[in-house]
Design a protein around this ligand. Sequence first.
Ligand code: 4AD
Length: 571
Amino acid sequence: MSTIHIDEAAGSDDTGKGTPELPYQSLAFAVYSHPTASYLIRKDSAGTYEEPTQSALKKAKKGADGIEKKKKKAEELAEREAKEKKEERERREKLLEESKKIVLQEDPALPAAKKAKLSKLTDLRGSRVRVNGWVHRLRDQKGIIFIVLRDGTGYLQCILSGQVSQTYDALTLTLESSVELTGTLQPVPEGKTAPGGHELVVDFWKVLGAAPGAEDAFTNRLNEKSDASIQADLRHLVLRGETASAILKLRAALLSAFRQSYDANNLIEVTPPCLVQTQVEGGATLFALNYYGQPAFLTQSSQLYLETCLPSLGDVFCIQESFRAENSHTRRHLSEYTHLEAELAFINFDDLMTHIESIICETIDRLLENPTSAALIKQLNPNFTKPARPFTRLSYVDAIKWLNEHGIQHEAEDAEGNVIKDEAGNPKMVDHAVGDDIAEAAERRMTDILGTPVFLHGFPAELKAFYMKKIPNQGGDGPVFTESCDLLMPNVGEIVGGSMRIADMEELLAAYKREGIDPSPYYWFTDQRKYGTCEHGGYGLGVERLLAWLANRYTVRECSLYPRWPGRATP
Ligand code: 4AD
């Protein structure tokens, strides 16, 4: 007869073998698994192995009986479940076999159905309609199938019951399959809700493109818990979601509203090129490419082209992609973004800021007046209130003062631009001084505290692009300031950058020189100053940034159809 070892502290009933090296933990389990053995038990490794007392043994026998009973019960349950599963499978197989015999026919006696988009159904209530779309939601309730159909224009609840819900296609229907549904459109019963206030009672339908189920089912590839990189890889599927599609619809409404506002303000739309041979916002952020053996770039800004349109078309605007090769992984930077730019002739700096404010406010008013776009704003940003006018204007010099008064510091840098660290390795923080670039973090804190749109204006020339006009008649030895402005929005920061432009040819030539820019490829831009120059100014607005503010999105990446950032140019 073998001897079984039990160590009540270090033993294990799961992995133990009853040996001195691998003892069991409980006497009950030892008795259960080796009923005829003799036993040695200890409390822990500090104690010695001893025979259990008679009463302990008696108790353990009872325990062993319990284990035996539990095991039997578990086996019975597993057996029953397996049987039920098998029966369910057989029932389903039989049902599927039966379902194949049901072939739906459209009843020719019914009134002819009118084909319609989901957003255009209200006037068709009470009549027979035919709709197409994707299965957005799917629920089978005691043989009645409820589908929420999506076609891009809206959503519709559809009910399949009786024969229409018993076909093979009905029993195997999956989310994201494309379908055609025909039936009578009815108002939803009192006390119930559905998108649009109506539902389709389906009398005939077909699957157009079945989506896979099981392993490859839509919800297995993508769901709310999918991590950010999977969501980025599957952006094409993310777009089918309610939030992503609402953002894109609002984006379309925003662009359309901007176009209406520009039209109302006599600005003409032009479409400048993307392939260019000049820089606008500094060489560091240019994407270079080989253009038939010549160096060329993807445009950073269409500003210079817009300036050339003034004598031909008057005030102009464009909505064009701009490209920035910035290695910025922030929530407001994209490598490609939609740039809304405008240029106006015969204006002064005050006119420019007033115009920017008016265009933005008029555009927001249009969005709020339109029930469809107003509903999208409500859905995405329920607390949105339109900004009060006039926007606060804060000069750059006053902003530096404000930051220091509010204890908002920035990282100290050495002459080479490297961050200076203290002994603990943390960046050394210092007050702002006139001449400093206001970094993104400080700017964001300022806008968040102010909580309203703010025009920051009058930046030092050395922080800004070569083309900016200097504030006239500046005295003193300090930095030279420009007629430039950034519009900052709460939660996002800078959404607009604009300025008056150098109108004088000599001044422009000096600016090229100062920035080390070869003027020859800019001959067409310089010519504007030669053939009837004028005071003019303009701006660029980041569409994704404005949308992030309007729709209360965490990042501009959510506001672009297929966002690009460093390392990401797919899908
Ligand atoms: O301030 P920026 O660089 O100004 C210009 O390009 C001017 N030439 C525009 C003009 O006067 N016509 O850019 C203008 C705006 C910024 O305020 C910001 O909203 C957006 O473009 N922007 C970006 N948006 C997303 N990702 C980026 N990497 C961006 N860089 C600028």
